[in-house]
Design a protein around this ligand. Structure first.
Ligand SMILES: [Fe+2]
Ligand SMILES: [Fe+2]
Ligand SMILES: [Fe+2]
Length: 280
C-alpha cells in the first residue's frame, strides 16, 4: 500500500479518536463527580494517547495530522443511554481498526493498530458494565441550563482551551525543533487541565459545557507557529483577567486566576522558543 493511502486511513482513525475523546468527556462532565465519571475520563485519556501515536506515525510517514473530528453520537437523555452510545462508538472503532489492519501491509503500522484495538475492546467491555452501573447507582445528567454572564464566560473558556489544545498539539507534531515539540506538548496537556476545570466548574454552577472549538492556526514554520501561539496566549491572558475581575464567587475567581497564571507562563515559554527560532 502506498504511503499516501496509509496516511489517509490513519487520519480517519485519528478523527475517530478525536470524536471519542469529546463524546466521552461530555458524558463524564455531564454526570458530575463519581467513580464512573473518573473511569470515563481515564478512557478519554487513553484515546488521547491513541491520537498521539497515530499523529506521530502520520508525521513519520510524511503526512499531516487531520484536525477534523469524527462522527460523535451525542443523542440519549439518560446516562445508561449515553453509555450504550459509547459502546456503539467503541464497536465502530473496533470495526474500522479491523478493516485498516487487514488493508495495511506496513508491519509497524499494523502492530500499532493492533495495540490500539486491544484497548478499544477493553473500553467496549467497560462501557457495557457502565450501562448497568449507571442504572444501579441512579446516575443522572446533572447539567443545568444556566446561561448568565458567568456561564457564558466559562463556556468561552472551554471553547478557547479546546482550540489551543488542538493548535499546540498540531504545532508540536509539525515543528522541526525537539525542544519546541516538548514544550508545546506540555502546554497542550496543561490546557487539557484547564478545559476540565472549567467544564466541571460550569456543571457545578448549574451550566452546561459546550465543547466546540474556533479557528486553529495551521502554521508549520517554527517561528510562524510560535508567533500565532503567543498572540492567542496574550489575548486569553487579558480576557481571563477581565473575567476574574467580574466574578463574585471566591472559589471561581481563584480558579480563573490560577488558569490565567498558567497562561502567563505559556507566554514566557513561547517567547523564549521564538527567540531561539529567530536566532536571537
Ligand atoms: Fe482509541
Ligand atoms: Fe476506546
Ligand atoms: Fe488555558
Amino acid at each position: 500500500m502506498e504511503k499516501k493511502k496509509i496516511i489517509e486511513l490513519l487520519n480517519l482513525d485519528l478523527q475517530d479518536e478525536h470524536g471519542a475523546i469529546i463524546q466521552y468527556l461530555s458524558h463524564a462532565y455531564g454526570m458530575g463527580e463519581g467513580e464512573v465519571a473518573c473511569e470515563i475520563e481515564a478512557i478519554a485519556r487513553e484515546e488521547m494517547r491513541h491520537l498521539d501515536w497515530l499523529a506521530e506515525t502520520i508525521v513519520a510517514l510524511g503526512g499531516k495530522p487531520s484536525l477534523e473530528r469524527g462522527t460523535m453520537n451525542m443523542a440519549g437523555k439518560t446516562v445508561p443511554e449515553w453509555m450504550s452510545n459509547d459502546v456503539g462508538l467503541e464497536q465502530g472503532a473496533i470495526d474500522h481498526y479491523g478493516e485498516h489492519i487487514r488493508a495495511i501491509d506496513d508491519p509497524r503500522v499494523k502492530r500499532l493498530l493492533q495495540r490500539i484495538v486491544a484497548d478499544e475492546r477493553a473500553h467496549h467491555g467497560k462501557f457495557e458494565h457502565f450501562i448497568e452501573k449507571a442504572k444501579k447507582e441512579g446516575l443522572k445528567d446533572i447539567r443545568g441550563n444556566r446561561s448568565d454572564s458567568l456561564s457564558r464566560s466559562l463556556n468561552w473558556g472551554v471553547g478557547h482551551e479546546y482550540t489551543v489544545i488542538l493548535q499546540y498539539m498540531f504545532h508540536s507534531y509539525m515543528t522541526p525543533d525537539p525542544e519546541a515539540r516538548k514544550q508545546l506538548e506540555d502546554q497542550a496537556v496543561n490546557e487539557m487541565q484547564h478545559l476540565g476545570w472549567l467544564a466541571e466548574e460550569l456543571v457545578d454552577s448549574g451550566g452546561s459545557p459546550v465543547i466546540e472549538h474556533t479557528a486553529v492556526d495551521r502554521a508549520t514554520g517554527a517561528a510562524a507557529m510560535l508567533r500565532a501561539d503567543i498572540k492567542v496566549e496574550k489575548e486569553v491572558h487579558e480576557k481571563y483577567g477581565r473575567i476574574a475581575d467580574e466574578v463574585d464567587d471566591a472559589g471561581t475567581k481563584a480558579l480563573i486566576q490560577r488558569i490565567r497564571n498558567n497562561e502567563g507562563y505559556h507566554i514566557e515559554v513561547f517567547n523564549d522558543l521564538l527567540k531561539e527560532a529567530e536566532g536571537k
